[in-house]
Design a protein around this ligand. Structure first.
Ligand code: SAH
Length: 479
């Protein structure tokens, strides 16, 4: 087995790190097979090994495994391969609960024992720091990932594409990776049971009522996507039909039957998206039945949620994530706070009681309306949300003389805009916390932020068990 590890002869202790500048000119052909030892998991959860010093990404392979790899792609700085044969499996390898786990996106780690998944999520932060090397990163304290006791049945939203299969039956699920081949997900171990129960009910009704489904090739047909979201705190469920056009011939029947069969469904919406695009949502959303929002409860506060508003997908871990953020912020009574990238105001409203004033913003107008309404519902009068981007609104507030004592940012995967980073560096709020859902952009942003801030620690929180996704809270102090 040892003879299968030529990379050991070439690499020092940094051997696990991708080094794209190492062009070896090694001759490989597609389909070529060779033994490979997996060293680490890459940021997308793929196994990483080295073949004649060339980096090889192998989907589904785990650290310490010895495999026979088969080359599936050749790029200047790396190879991709699949597992042709597993010679020595990892002791952390487990049987995935979902048969299709290796096929569709979002189940990258279902074959890895949960404690090893948690270790991976801390390691991903480390890998990203090693790649971007922000100032002092070797001394950053990376705390062990906070995980779940039961890392299944946590997703509060199912957003499934809906099509017809070759036999004309309605199917709903996710695409096979890198394809538009839809896999019908009849069960899903990470979804909250209510989301799947209602989703399958919708599929059955679409079939029974002969509702037309979208055809991507021709751009014809009606229903493109069905979104089912459950509020964990109240059990309320919202169903959204994303359709290619407005007329929905079976609307009355569909609504009637859904409401009868599923008393937990309190909101049925239609969103119209007639673009030939892979974006899910169109601009127009209309109410078909019930109320336009569902009500969630987090940390004892009530949150109304519109169809398009973002909410963390894992309600059980959201509370832990926010607790970490609040702990890191360590507010005292008379401080002003900015809750940037606020969604429906869940973070800002959770800290309002400990602050003098909270302001926040989000680009989605519906979410901002929800946030202001949520303040009202909870009797909180020291918060204010505005619609717009963080990179325009924060500089505007600073210009108007509102310099916050504390800033919390929770951006999407793209991270922080440069203009926003510059505004933060010049305003230098005393307290600053960054919640990141993408360690790569976090590490990139830290290169700039560490000019003015020390990183006290990074706390990873597992919001998405069984996936390679990683969330982290960074606590800074002003340098
Ligand atoms: N803090 C919220 C939402 C975090 S998700 C929560 O915990 O639920 C990120 C949010 O950023 C989304 O609501 C998205 O609509 C918003 N967003 C995306 N780009 C933005 C930008 N440039 N400025 C402000 N908000 C943005």
């Amino acid at each position: 087995m040892k003879s299968n590890q030529p990379q050991h002869r070439y690499h020092n202790s940094n051997q696990h790190r991708p080094r794209p500048h190492q062009q070896t000119g090694v001759q490989v052909t597609l389909g070529q097979r060779f033994p490979l030892t997996i060293k680490r998991l890459g940021i997308n959860g793929e196994g990483i090994g080295y073949f004649k010093r060339k980096l090889v990404f192998v989907k589904g392979a785990l650290p310490n495994e010895v495999i026979v790899a088969e080359v599936t792609g050749i790029k200047p700085s790396f190879l991709t391969a699949k597992v042709h044969r597993l010679k020595a499996p990892s002791s952390d390898r487990v049987k995935p609960r979902d048969d299709y786990a290796g096929e569709v996106g979002g189940f990258e780690l279902e074959h890895l024992a949960y404690p090893a998944q948690l270790a991976f999520k801390r390691d991903v932060v480390l890998q990203s720091l090693e790649k971007f090397q922000p100032k002092g990163y070797r001394n950053f304290q990376l705390k062990p990932t906070i995980g779940m006791d039961n890392p299944y049945a946590y997703r509060n939203k199912a957003q499934f594409q809906v099509r017809r299969d070759a036999d004309g039956h309605v199917i709903a699920g996710l695409y096979r990776e890198r394809s538009h081949d839809l896999v019908d997900l009849k069960t899903c171990s990470v979804q909250m049971p209510a989301t799947m129960r209602v989703m399958r009910g919708v599929v059955d009704l679409m079939e029974a009522l002969d509702v037309s489904t979208y055809d991507e090739k021709t751009g014809t047909g009606l229903v493109r996507t069905v979104v089912v979201r459950v509020a964990e705190g109240t059990g309320e469920v919202q169903v959204v039909f994303v359709t290619a056009k407005a007329p929905f011939p079976q609307e009355a029947e569909m609504v009637d039957q859904l409401l009868t069969k599923f008393p937990e469904v309190v909101s049925i919406m239609q969103n119209i998206n007639n673009d030939k695009t892979s974006l899910i949502w169109g601009e127009k959303t209309k109410l078909l039945a019930g109320k336009p929002q569902i009500r969630e409860v987090l940390n004892g506060l009530q949150f109304n949620l519109s169809a398009r508003a973002f909410l963390q997908l894992n309600p059980y871990q959201t509370v832990r994530l926010y607790d970490e953020a609040l702990k890191a912020l360590a507010l005292s009574d008379n401080e002003t706070v900015i809750d940037a990238y606020s969604g429906v105001g869940t973070i800002g409203l959770s800290i309002a009681h400990a602050a003098k004033e909270v302001r926040g913003m989000d680009v989605i107008a519906d979410a901002v309306d929800d946030a202001n309404e949520n303040a009202r519902i909870n009797g909180i009068d020291n918060v204010r949300y505005e619609t717009g981007t963080a990179e325009t609104i924060i500089p505007k507030w600073l210009n108007e003389g509102f310099t916050p004592d504390a800033l919390i940012v929770d951006p999407p995967r793209t991270g922080l805009d440069d203009g926003l980073i510059n505004a933060i560096l010049s305003a230098k709020p005393k307290k600053f916390v960054y919640i990141s859902c993408n360690p790569s952009t976090l590490a990139r942003d830290l290169v700039k932020l560490t000019k003015q801030y020390h990183v006290d620690y990074i706390q990873s929180v597992d919001m998405m068990p069984q996936t390679a996704r990683c969330e982290a809270v960074v606590k800074f102090t002003r340098a």
